[in-house]
Each structure stands twice: as structure tokens, then as C-alpha cells.
Design a protein around this ligand. Structure first.
Ligand code: SF4
Length: 162
């Protein structure tokens, strides 16, 4: 399980299944490339703040916060659970932090920040979500995706609809 898989579960269940089953077309996606460049710019000069623990990699961590950096607030529910997943994994390693989501809207030269904490209620809900994801990933085939506006920007668009 990774934070990206949790994020994709909320964004699109088909995308979640495909990514988790290593059908990875994301290197072909201009949208994903832009996201990676933005990420590199944002962490430039602060590379020591990025950490990897087992299969998770968080954008930034300090003594108080784990920070997830995104370039749009179009899918905040997905980012929220992705960040809570990171908080849960870190907590299981004895590292207790709060969550911070930074939305860096390049075209508006603007930054929005959302804060969150992993309380008992959210952790219980997250555990249920993780069970649902495990069940989804055990399917032999991906669920059928529905063509939605977000699909046009998705790395799997050709796979799903052409
Ligand atoms: S193209 Fe649409 S249905 Fe297919 S994985 Fe992407 S978001 Fe999901």
C-alpha cells in the first residue's frame, strides 16, 4: 500500500487498480510530468526534508508537520486521505506528526494551506478505507471506468477509452 494508491482510490477506482497492478503509463503523461517538475522546484534546496519510510515518500517533514504539496485543489478528498495514510504509517513507527497540505497554484502565484490531524475517528475510517482498497486490488480485472472530464488529463485515458 502506498499514499499514491490511497489517493487514486478516491480519484478513480480504475486508476487505483491499474497503478497498483503495475500497469504504469504515467511516464507518458504531460500532466504528471508538470506535477513532477513543480515538485522538484518546490523542494529545491530543501532535499533533506524529503524522507522515505518503507513504501512511503513524503514531500516534507519537520518537527511538527508532514507536508504534502499539490498543484491543484481539485481532489482534496484524495489528498486528505493520502496525507492521513502517511500520518498513520509514521505513527506506527513512533513518529507522531500533524498533516499540512500545500496547494501551490502556479498560474495564480498563490499558496493555500490546509491542516489536519489523525484523530481516532479518522484513523478508524482510514482503516476501513484501507480494507476496501485491499478488496478492490484483489479483483482479477479493473472496475469499468466511466468517461468523465478528468479522464482527458489522465495518463490512462488511451488505455481506458481508445
Ligand atoms: S481515464 Fe478516467 S476511468 Fe480511466 S483511469 Fe483515468 S480517470 Fe479513471
Amino acid at each position: 500500500m502506498t499514499g499514491t494508491i490511497v489517493n487514486y482510490y478516491f480519484h478513480c477506482k480504475q486508476q487505483c487498480w491499474l497503478f497498483a497492478n503495475r500497469i504504469n503509463l504515467e511516464n507518458n503523461s504531460e500532466d504528471v510530468h508538470v506535477g513532477k517538475v513543480l515538485h522538484e522546484l518546490k523542494t529545491e534546496g530543501r532535499k533533506n526534508t524529503e524522507i522515505s519510510i518503507e513504501n512511503i515518500k513524503v514531500d516534507k517533514i519537520d518537527n511538527t508537520y508532514v507536508t504534502e504539496i499539490k498543484r491543484s485543489d481539485s481532489d482534496m478528498e484524495a489528498v486528505k486521505w493520502q496525507t492521513l495514510f502517511y500520518l498513520k504509517v509514521l505513527k506506527s513507527k513512533g513518529i507522531e506528526r500533524k498533516g499540512k497540505i500545500e496547494i501551490v497554484e502556479k498560474k495564480y502565484n498563490n499558496k493555500k494551506i490546509n491542516y489536519l490531524e489523525l484523530n481516532e475517528e479518522l484513523e478508524n475510517k482510514l482503516n476501513s478505507i484501507l480494507q476496501e482498497i485491499e478488496a478492490l486490488l484483489n479483483y482479477k480485472e479493473p472496475p469499468i471506468g466511466q468517461l468523465l472530464p478528468k479522464c482527458k488529463k489522465c495518463a490512462y485515458y488511451e488505455y481506458c477509452f481508445l
